[in-house]
Structure formats: structure tokens, C-alpha cells
Write a protein that binds this ligand. Structure first.
Ligand code: FE
Length: 337
């Protein structure tokens, strides 16, 4: 299979590339949901949907009974309400929504976009029920039609969503917390999180296994142009690479792929892969599912007190990874230099 020739969401689990804006589009109200990963394409390991809409577009209060959800803001401003508490989020901010947490949102800027990660692919079905097929990723200037209540109620019968009415808590915007050590709702502002430096790259764990009951972890990483990382594969967990800024090169399944902002690569277990950051500032974010690979970042990485990568690379402590290979889901294909 040629990753570079595939242009849509596959109907079976395999490595795939979605260029910026690619995926399956659904229109609900004025918002467009672009399904980037669903049950068939990931073997129900995770779901990923990008939502794009305009100022004051919203979604009513609801819960998911089984899946944790992570929301990362890509552009604009999003007011999100978690268990009745309002947060105003902007680019790079992350909201963590454990299963059972009542949540809703209102977009507060024109062309607001965010990505929603979930622990299984079922949430994508929600947008197929409430949305109509649409042929592009950008939202239309006019409101098409509101989501009828009966359509939302129908969605509660077929997907992991239950509609709820949240208590009205009219306090000011809640303060931002650091990464908690249990599965509670939280918000992490851009640049925050558990910061770990690997050589010249700074990784921020913004959702850890403790926050997701092991369902997934989310890691935002940035760095300068640098070396290609060692080729490897994983036996058990799926990885995803979503380029947010700059430019990077990825190798997967024997193919070389140049990735620009908005490009997404799905790397299921067993796929040999590697990457290199090519721009003076490249940022990417990855959901890894399950979350069992979290120790890798903590073993290879050094805790870093600052919020951007250093001007001079620190030593890459791959020796610590080699020492712990028996406990890491990592198979190195070519030994590092
Ligand atoms: Fe990997």
C-alpha cells in the first residue's frame, strides 16, 4: 500500500496518512466534523474527530459513560463547561474529560477548531448520526440547520453519549491545574504538562495513564530541526502523529513522508517508523493507545523546568532505554549510532 496515494479514512486497521483537511466530513448546524480515526480504521482502539465552526456554534451538555475524552484547541477560542465550571481555551490548550463528566461547549471566535480524542472509535458514529455528509472540511458561512433534539436523542441510543443538564456555576473562569494524578476533569494550558526533555526535543505529557485509567496518553512535542530518531516499532500500542507547526519527515512502512501542519499519520502496532523535525520550530501532538508506553518518555526524558526546548541539545540518554528494553513496548530496528 502506498501511504502517499491513500486519500481518505480506511475501512480497516492499517497505517494511513491524512493530509490536512482529509477525512470523512459531516455537517451539523454550521459545524463540520472531520472524522480522522474511527472504529474500523483503528480496530476500535481510539477515535479522533476535528470539529470546525464559527463564533457561538455550540454543543449541548452530555456525558460519555465509557470513554475518556481529550480536547485540544487548534485555532480560535472555545468555552468549555466541565461539571458546571467554565473554562476559556485557546490554541494549544487541552481539556480532559473523564467518562461520566458532564460537558458542553460554545465557540467564542470565528473559525474555531479543535480535535477530540476518545478511547474507542465509537464517538465518530455520533457525528454520522447527527451530521449530514459534507464535501469539505471548512464550515459554511451560514447555519445549515440546527441539530433537531430527536436526532440527538437518537444518537444516545446508538453511541456512548447521554444528554445532561449541567448545574449553572457562575463563578469566574476556574484556575488551571497541573497534571493531576487521577482521572478527574482538568484543563492544561498550552506549554504546560509533565515536561520531559529528550536531547533537543521537549515532550509534554498532557494526559497520562492515571488520567485515562490507562486508555491512552497524549503527548505534545516540539523541537528544532534535528536528527532522525531511531527506526523502531511497537508490538502492542498504536501511535499517532499530528503535525501542528513547522515541518517534519516521517518514515513508516518503508515510505518517506513530508508532513506539514494539519497532516496526520496513523501508526498501528507492528509498523516500523521514525521521524525527524525539519523546521526551526516544529510542533506535533500524539495520542498513544493504550497508554502503556508512558514510561518510555519518563525513562528517556529528563524532567525539564522550562517551557521551551534549550538552545543547545542535551545528551540523549538512549542508554537508559536500552537498559529498560524488557519493560518497554519498543523494538529497535536499527541500533542508534
Ligand atoms: Fe514510536
Amino acid at each position: 500500500m502506498n501511504l502517499l496515494k491513500e486519500t481518505g479514512l480506511p475501512t480497516e486497521k492499517k497505517p494511513y496518512l491524512l493530509r490536512s483537511g482529509a477525512g470523512e466530513h459531516r455537517l451539523f448546524g454550521r459545524q463540520v466534523a472531520t472524522i480522522m480515526a474511527d472504529s474500523p480504521s483503528t480496530d476500535n482502539i481510539f477515535g479522533m474527530v476535528m470539529i470546525t465552526g464559527g463564533k457561538e456554534d455550540s454543543f449541548p451538555s452530555h456525558i460519555h459513560e465509557n470513554t475518556h475524552e481529550g480536547i485540544l484547541i487548534l485555532s480560535g477560542r472555545l468555552e468549555i463547561k466541565l461539571d458546571g465550571i467554565k473554562y476559556l481555551l485557546t490554541v494549544g490548550d487541552y481539556a480532559h474529560i473523564p467518562a461520566g463528566t458532564e460537558h458542553s461547549y460554545v465557540m467564542k471566535a470565528h473559525r474555531t477548531r479543535f480535535v477530540s480524542y476518545t478511547a474507542n472509535g465509537e464517538i465518530a458514529e455520533l457525528y454520522r448520526i447527527i451530521g449530514k455528509p459534507y464535501n469539505q472540511p471548512e464550515y459554511p458561512p451560514n447555519v445549515n440547520s440546527d441539530i433537531p433534539t430527536e436526532v440527538l436523542l437518537d444518537a444516545t441510543l446508538h453511541t456512548d453519549i447521554q444528554l445532561k443538564k449541567q448545574p449553572e456555576i457562575t463563578s469566574e473562569v476556574a484556575s488551571v491545574t497541573s497534571l493531576p494524578d487521577s482521572a478527574i476533569p482538568y484543563v492544561i494550558y498550552s506549554g504546560e504538562g509533565d515536561r520531559l526533555l529528550t536531547g533537543d526535543q521537549l515532550h509534554r505529557i498532557i494526559a497520562s495513564q492515571k488520567n485515562t485509567d490507562g486508555q491512552f496518553i497524549i503527548v505534545a512535542s516540539d523541537g528544532p530541526a534535528g536528527d532522525r530518531i531511531v527506526e523502531h516499532y511497537h508490538e502492542h500500542h498504536t501511535e499517532t502523529f499530528f503535525c501542528l507547526e513547522g515541518k517534519m519527515t516521517m518514515w513508516a512502512d518503508g515510505q518517506e513522508i513530508e508532513m506539514l501542519p494539519g497532516d496526520f499519520l496513523h501508526v498501528p502496532a507492528g509498523t516500523v517508523h521514525s521521524y525527524r523535525l525539519d523546521s526551526h520550530y516544529t510542533k506535533m501532538v500524539g495520542l498513544l493507545a493504550s497508554g502503556l508506553f508512558e514510561p518510555f518518555f519518563r525513562i528517556l526524558g529528563d524532567d525539564f523546568e522550562h517551557y521551551t526546548f534549550p538552545s543547545e541539545a542535551m545528551p540523549l540518554r538512549f542508554d537508559r532505554v536500552i537498559e529498560n528494553l524488557d519493560v518497554l513496548d519498543l523494538k529497535v530496528v536499527n541500533k542508534p549510532k
